[in-house]
Design a protein around this ligand. Sequence first.
Ligand code: 5GP
Ligand code: MN
Length: 335
Amino acid sequence: MNIYTKLNEKQFNIVITSHRSPDGDAVGSSLALFHYLKKKGHQVTVVVPDSYPNFLNWLTGSPEIITFESKPEEVETLIKEAELLFCLDYNEPGRVGDMQEAVINSKAFKIMIDHHLHPSDFCDYTISDTNSCSTAQLVYEFIENAGDLNLIDETIGEGIYCGIVTDSGSFRFPSVTPKTHLIAADLIQRGLNHSRIHENLFDVNTLNRLHLLGYALNEKLRVLEDVPVALIDLSLEEAEKFDVKKGDTEGLVNYALSVEGVKMAAFIREDKDRVKMSFRSKGDIPVNEFSAQYFSGGGHKNAAGGMCEKSLEETLVLFEKNIRVFFKNLTTDTI
Ligand code: 5GP
Ligand code: MN
């Protein structure tokens, strides 16, 4: 079956889904695909499990995104009635949280476009490139393979660029290839204002967020003595003190990783019903394996996440214990 021919055959009723705690790649790639498919004449809706951070509000079409959390029945009906269901930026149904039953049970033809390791086999058509820096890059390539690059305008381009920039650490991660830069160049040639996108994404700090950063660096950042690991933890009480909003803690983990000599960093945050953890690493240290082994998580080699249902204090003790075992088991040439 040729998916590109199929999309030209008739107008479909399409729903685009993405993962829980949607990030810049989830929202950017979903909206880029949304505008592209609408331009081709399809009926399209974007749904996500829960809300996305405010710093993505500027994306054209973002007010039209429907969250399952706020409108569960409407989203269930949309997914049920869809003829085509796109699964963007996630590799297994568990990543859509409470929306997963609707996704699994949907009779729609399901198409995955994703770059996470170990894609599970729940879609009818799977585009998975685990070497790609972002799902947004794969959406560009999807449009390219459809022979539709001429349809890319500033609106489609901004979603693709947003996803690439946010998932590639502004073009710095090893997953960035010449193709990534060629895509950026092509988008700029098609009218994209890249500078405006960087401003929208990065020059939107609230004072509270910067105060939180100061506090986290001054009071909470620590480096373990016997392993090259730095961490920052944050309790619910501390988060409330700085009126932490969704997305405000994003990037904190990178400061921990930037400490000289540190090879792996963790940001460990108390949530209402669990402790959420973000891991980052340099070089060949596979934090996704650490996360999968000890904290029911996963992700990429250098950026992963997980969670723990114990208290914050217990989680921190467990983390310190597990990370020492993990490093002990790594071969010396990995470190
Ligand atoms: P972040 O630290 O930005 O929340 O997540 C980094 C990456 O780790 C994400 O792109 C995602 O692939 C992965 N990740 C984060 N949390 C989880 C989780 O709870 N389970 C799994 N399987 N992957 C996660
Ligand atoms: Mn992604």
